[in-house]
Every structure is written in structure tokens, then in C-alpha cells.
Design a protein around this ligand. Sequence first.
Ligand SMILES: [Ca+2]
Ligand SMILES: [Ca+2]
Length: 147
Amino acid sequence: MTKSAVIITSLLTSCYTLFAQPSQPYDQQTQKSRQIALFKKFDTNQNGQLTEQEFVNAIASDLFKKFDQDQDGKVSETEYHKFARDKQRAKQEYPKIDTTQKGYIQLSDVMHYTPLINELRQAFRKVDTKNKGSVSLQELSELNPNS
Ligand SMILES: [Ca+2]
Ligand SMILES: [Ca+2]
């Protein structure tokens, strides 16, 4: 599994954890409000449907913010390597993201990094079980993280 796959898997696990039926220490009320808050954050045009594009954008920018530790809107090479779990792979991957060799990554670089975007699209298709290109909060709430 690639490094980005590891990160996405862990992000998705937290999405699943949030959206799936409560099996954690949260009480139902907390669980429900966390689900709604996350969904609203992802559903940028607030139409009650989370599209593939909204999902991809939300996860990619979330990921970007995690890397950007000093929050200057750029992920420096240092920040990138600090956050990356697999240092060896990160070294090979970095030049593929920072294609213009700026020495830092912008969110737009992430959005153009096809392997990552494709992984996110695939991840979305797993939650979009009806293949509509979008999912509602109701549908996400009914997901079983173990299926
Ligand atoms: Ca939407
Ligand atoms: Ca930074």
C-alpha cells in the first residue's frame, strides 16, 4: 500500500467511524451531531448531497491542512517529510507532487496529483453504493464499516 493510501485509509476509517452506526463510546446524540457536522463540512454547496467532487476536495484539503503544520498555506518539503510515515516512499513521491520544483506543495498541486485523486475517487465509490455520484447523510449513516 502506498503512503497516501495509508493516510487515506486512516481518514476513511475515521469517516466510517463517524458515519457508521455507533459502536464507540459516544452516546447516540453525540454520534449523530458529529455525523451531521462532518457531513455539512464536506457538503460545500449545502444541498444535502455529498458528490464525488465535494468528497475529493474535502479529504484532499483536510489532508493538506494536516501536512501544513505552520498553516502558511504551503506544505514545505520539510513539513511533507515530517508528516510522511514511509520516509523512503515520501522521498520518491515528493517530486511527483511538487512538479514545478518550488520546494513546497500547494493545495492545487495535491488536486493535480492523479494517484491520490484516483484513490479518493475509488474510496468515494465504495461509499456511493447506489452509484449515483452522490450520497446523502441518510445513506452514509446506514453504511456498515465492516461490509
Ligand atoms: Ca453537495
Ligand atoms: Ca507550511
